[in-house]
Ligand binder design. Structure first.
Ligand code: TLP
Length: 347
């Protein structure tokens, strides 16, 4: 069979043998009535890891974020988000369509708005204005290449939020990647936020699922919205057994390998003619390659490498994104670099 190295996403990760075994042996119960033992165990584990009172299991990160918005806000309120936040760009406008929110976006390519810009964006009490009700953050930041929000930013944003009595929600789909980069525990980042969503189905390798964590009062309300959106599932034990392994210490620290492979890939790519890499961007498991120097079109480049067994994603007319995950090892990266070298030599 022809070799195929898939560097498009970390959402394509498959459950490990250990996960499959645990799923197969999992006791099951009706989770809507709180009777699925593994779901309860996973929710408690996630709350502990994130340093929150409670957590709930949901089918996806998109639903986790939407439930958080519904719980924190009322229709007609406004949320402050970074301009390229996943909640704004890639969740089908659920914030407007379902939660009835207005959005104030603030651009900052280091991943999170400056606290002073947030402060300026908070609406004063005035009969003409919507009420600012929530600050949304994302760490790592997906669209800026998996970069990590500077740690001190959280502290400063929290200060602003407290001054205006506003809650902060964190889209932490890849929070553990951020924690590893910063050399801190995930809860040390989460402590600045009232609610946090984490994904099990990306680099952590579980087949399905996310968790939303927060205070007991917050989660009590959030549970209702999860049910309303159809996220009250039944015998979830099979999925949650995988999730428990996904959140094990060993599995979380394995993400470091993905980061090392991304560094190795970035180093190899930047030595090739016509490819520019901003090494500052390569912090976790994403590598953005700029092909504009030789006006190499991303679609043409991607087609050529695909023919030779390497998959990546378009990130702009002349930009390509590579994502490392447990599905690719060092040998695969070496293979990918060889293919890209051959392709850039003939284009
Ligand atoms: N991102 C997906 C796509 O939707 C782009 C991907 O391929 O990585 N927050 C962030 C920061 C995300 O990257 C994603 C998924 C989500 C939320 C939504 O999670 P899911 O896919 O579980 O709904």
């Amino acid at each position: 069979m022809k070799k195929l190295v898939d560097l498009r996403r970390d959402t394509n990760t498959l459950p490990t043998e250990e996960m499959k075994e645990a799923a197969f042996r999992s006791p099951l119960g009706d989770a809507v009535y709180g009777e699925d033992p593994r779901q309860r165990e996973l929710e408690e584990l996630a709350a502990f890891i994130l340093g929150k009172e409670r957590a709930i299991f949901l089918p996806s990160g998109t639903m986790g974020n939407l439930v958080a918005l519904l719980t924190h806000t009322q229709r007609g309120n406004e949320i402050i988000l970074e301009e390229n936040a996943h909640i704004f760009t890639s969740e089908t406008g659920g914030l407007a369509q379902v939660a009835g929110l207005m959005v104030k976006t603030l651009r900052n390519e280091d991943g999170a708005p400056e606290p002073r810009d947030i402060e300026r964006a908070i609406r004063p009490e005035n009969i003409h204005y919507p009420r600012t009700a929530l600050i949304g953050l994302e760490n790592t930041h997906y669209r800026y290449g998996g970069i990590v929000v500077p740690f001190t930013r959280f502290e400063k944003i929290r200060e602003v939020a407290d001054r205006y009595n506003l809650p902060v929600h964190l889209d932490g789909a890849r929070l553990f990647n951020a924690a590893i980069y910063l050399g801190v525990e995930a809860k040390e980042i989460a402590r600045y936020c009232d609610s946090v969503m984490i994904s099990l189905s990306k680099g952590l390798g579980a087949p399905v699922g996310s968790l939303l964590a927060g205070s007991c009062d917050f989660i009590k309300e959030a549970e209702r919205y999860r049910k309303m959106l159809g996220g009250g599932m039944r015998q979830t034990g099979w999925l949650c057994a995988c999730g428990i392994i996904a959140l094990s210490e060993d599995n979380i620290s394995r993400l470091r390998e993905d980061h090392d492979n991304a560094q190795f890939l970035a180093e190899g790519l930047q030595s090739l003619p016509g490819i520019k890499i901003d090494r500052h961007q390569v912090q976790t498991n994403f590598v953005l390659a700029d092909l504009s120097e030789r006006e190499l079109e991303a679609t043409v480049f991607l087609e050529r490498i695909r023919e030779k067994g390497v998959l990546a994603t378009r990130a702009g007319d002349f930009a390509v994104r590579f994502v490392t995950s447990r599905e690719v090892n060092r040998e695969d990266i070496v293979f990918a670099l060889q293919v890209i070298k051959e392709v850039t030599q003939v284009i």
